[in-house]
Design a protein around this ligand. Sequence first.
Ligand code: JCE
Length: 227
Amino acid sequence: MRIDVVSIFPSYFDGLTLSLLGRARENGLLDLHVHDLRDWTSDRHRTVDDTPYGGGAGMVMKPEPWGLALDELAGSSRPTIIFPSPAGEVFRQSTAREFAEHDHLIIGCGRYEGIDERVFEYAATLGEVRLVSLGDYVLNGGEVAAMAMIEAIGRLVPGVVGNPESLVEESHEDGLLEYGSYTKPSTWRDREVPGVLLSGNHAAIAAWRREQQIERTRARRPDLLSD
Ligand code: JCE
């Protein structure tokens, strides 16, 4: 999979390119390229924003640099073009699974009050456009949302996470929260590890863990049980 990110703060992504995804990158499984939107400006001040038509607070990202960036990065690959936006569909594990199947993602990170609306229409002529929100809160720009999405998508690309079983057992993959985990010592500050986990009875352990998952989901995320 190739992912191109366009941002006016490309150094935000320096940390991400190390860690978990660093290894996938070396294997050639995940080819991440981060670009500075200002590289597609031509004025002396490398301007990417301007005042909004119709008035209002703040600035809007100009369409021209975005048009040139998308033309160059899309090529002939019919990419999926993702714009993080508080007005987009909510990003879920199912969204990550869907995007992990695609060969080429372009993620456009807005700033200020957002991007000129015509950029989304134009992008739709180059590939499939998706406006995607990380959740129901407002960030200052798309970068943090893009990083979260890249991590969630990247770890689903076959071969990126070592043990495929560890993917299935995690929260949200089966629609329930995870059971609690314990490690040594078996007693710590007068607190015991639940006895069943020390029993060696694998059927009892599996049943206890499933019960934990259901109870926690009911207490913390009842929306996951009713929907
Ligand atoms: C962004 C902004 C709209 C006021 C580009 C915010 C995603 N889940 C999300 N929360 N916030 C975002 C997000 C993504 C891209 C941009 N802003 C700031 N947007 C109204 C301010 C600009």
